[in-house]
Design a protein around this ligand. Sequence first.
Ligand SMILES: [Zn+2]
Length: 83
Amino acid sequence: MTDKPRLHVIQGTPAPETPVEQARARIRKMPKPATMIQCHRCGSREVMITKIGMLLKNGKATGGTPQVICASCHRGGQRVVLV
Ligand SMILES: [Zn+2]
């Protein structure tokens, strides 16, 4: 273990203001188009949402980290995280 972190965040120089760079910045700001979630392992589009680390609060299950996993792979005993 090292005492000091070896990586630092620096204030880098911005990209040059060329038309190409302006177009890239504009495209980066655009919202991403909706795409259908598909399993990268089996190609299935059936998913399950699981929650990790939920808390029982006043008799109700709350919180937790949702995770989207492939339902088809899950049936075959595999846990494939999609999102
Ligand atoms: Zn799958």
